[in-house]
Design a protein around this ligand. Structure first.
Ligand code: URA
Length: 234
């Protein structure tokens, strides 16, 4: 059994104060009867809770895609800097969503979040080698030798050895880079190892998922089909 107001928060209905107002406004029914008392105990497995005509499912598995803007650190909290958690809609901030891996503060693009710990683990596991595609602008021009060095598996300046990766020069000072691991500052360090300084970085793809028209700063929940697609890359 759990409190109705907690169940509503966990279902994404709103923050605690929003849920209080929602209940007061008579927008919630439990098993067909209007309910305004948030302290009422319900059994989520047995009760049907409906908000504005829509049944709520309790704390369900969520996978969310953000098109991250620059200027936010990938962390659940930070004493002095804005975090990516602040970009999630308020009602989602209580659903235990965690960022999947990390993008640097300056990096933009595709960042996933989930409250499914097991999926999170598999997505960031080095063993799974989920491909991630980045667009980079950089000083210097990528040469055929650089492409070959990426394909062979680069050794970084601190002697870290990287898995084979794909470097595709796509214009003057512009490249697409595909890596299958997530080391700290990986793309920037790989490019630096070849004498190129990254000036802009965007993640465009993770597994089979792309940003697919999602604007910078926007978030959306993945559909079950998209989650299945993602799991296929694991
Ligand atoms: N590689 C980097 O260097 N930075 C990122 O944010 C992601 C990959």
């Amino acid at each position: 059994m759990e409190r109705l107001d907690k169940f509503l928060c966990d279902s994404g209905a709103g923050t605690r104060s929003q849920v209080k107002a929602i209940l007061k406004a008579g927008r919630v029914t439990v098993d067909g009867k209007a309910e305004t008392d948030g302290s009422r105990k319900i059994d989520p497995a047995l009760c049907t809770v409906v908000l504005d005509g829509e049944a709520l499912g309790g704390k369900r598995r969520m996978v969310v895609m953000l098109n991250k803007p620059a200027g936010f650190v990938t962390a659940t909290e930070d004493p002095s800097q804005q975090t990516v958690m602040e970009l999630l809609p308020k009602p989602w901030q209580h659903l235990d969503l965690k960022p999947v891996g990390r993008l640097d503060k300056a990096t933009e693009g595709l960042l996933l979040f989930t409250n499914d710990g097991e999926l999170l683990h598999r997505l960031i596991s080095p063993k799974k080698e989920v491909p991630k595609v980045y667009y980079a602008r950089h000083e210097g021009q990528a040469s055929a030798d650089d492409v070959a060095a990426f394909a062979a598996g680069l050794t970084l300046r601190d002697d870290t050895v990287c898995l084979p990766a794909r470097l595709e020069p796509i214009g003057p000072g512009e490249s697409r880079i595909t890596v299958r691991e997530g080391k700290y500052h990986q793309v920037r360090r790989m490019m630096a190892a070849r004498g190129m300084t990254v000036t802009y970085l965007e993640r465009q793809q993770e597994g089979a998922l792309t940003l697919d028209g999602l604007s910078r700063g926007q978030v959306r929940e993945l559909t079950e089909e998209e989650i299945a697609l993602l799991e296929q890359s694991l």
